[in-house]
Design a protein around this ligand. Sequence first.
Ligand SMILES: NC(=O)c1ccc[n+]([C@@H]2O[C@H](COP(=O)([O-])OP(=O)(O)OC[C@H]3O[C@@H](n4cnc5c(N)ncnc54)[C@H](OP(=O)(O)O)[C@@H]3O)[C@@H](O)[C@H]2O)c1
Length: 317
Amino acid sequence: CQSILSNVAPVPVGVGIFVLRRWLAGGVCRSKARLDGKTVLITGANTGIGKETAVDMAKRGARVILACRDMGRANRAADEVRKRSGNGNVIVKMLDLASLQSVRALAKDVQQTEERLDLLINNAGIMMCPQWNTEDGFEMQFGVNHLGHFLLTNLLLDLLKKSAPSRVVNVSSLAHETGKIHFDDINLEKNYDAHTSYQQSKLANVLFTRELAVRLKGTEVTTYALHPGVIHTELGRHFLPALPLWKRLLFLPFFFFVKTPWQGAQTTIYCSVNESLQNTSGLYYSDCAPKEAAPQGRDDTAARRLWDLSASMVGLA
Ligand SMILES: NC(=O)c1ccc[n+]([C@@H]2O[C@H](COP(=O)([O-])OP(=O)(O)OC[C@H]3O[C@@H](n4cnc5c(N)ncnc54)[C@H](OP(=O)(O)O)[C@@H]3O)[C@@H](O)[C@H]2O)c1
């Protein structure tokens, strides 16, 4: 009897793990929407969920622009996207979000060479890096995750409006829930903390999405912020190697339960193509469904204040 039990016990355990993994994988975008004749620009698309999003957009027939900072990695990713999607209309453009000059150069290039822009997916991100500054002297995570995308979006608004109905999708994070905008020390110079900085930048993504929707009312350009889930990507590259070995070993079982990049891309894809979202704007999504953002992500006064501050920091005011 004991030997029968030991033979069958692994079955329910295996089924349990399978069900748990499926549940943790979250929603899947079921929309069959085609994007033939449309143009999609994705920042940080050479790896992680950005690359998976690019494959999906290309499979739907879009012209896909991978906007990346490392041209070697970007070209290899573009080859893979073309191969996996069967769509040759995938191109690479240089973008370093840690440089306002690079953001302006990309926007100018896109304005001059692209006839339309139907989807801008602000996906690139950096998490929990040391206290670094961008080329323009801004704290790195706020600079890359928020300010670079803020400027890029504003510079591409005319093209987005011309191509309407069009969408701006901002990849934020659950981390916004514990975030705060430090208006009195936006670069966290007084007391830098890598986690606090990431939370601030992801809250900024949610507030930017909200205020942009207000400013774009009536234009048929709609905006979306989202949490993609917890995904096995390169995002931990700055903080994981800095941990002592025993802490890294503690993280190992955790990787078994996180999403794959394909699963992690689903909410971005949902916000980008799902037909039912066409007339909603400024909201937050998770697991391919609407979700209420944290109270500080629904603060319209803070959203306006952040917009004004960001505009003056990037020279748009
Ligand atoms: N993974 C998660 O669990 C998770 C959870 C919540 C939210 N997110 C968000 O999801 C988004 C995508 O992250 P991921 O998980 O796919 O991470 P990833 O694998 O590290 O990919 C990040 C991408 O951003 C690019 N990037 C970083 N700094 C840049 C800069 N200065 N200029 C241009 N591109 C830059 C990277 O380019 P290089 O390869 O050249 O560095 C890379 O292509 C991020 O916004 C992240 O905050 C991820």
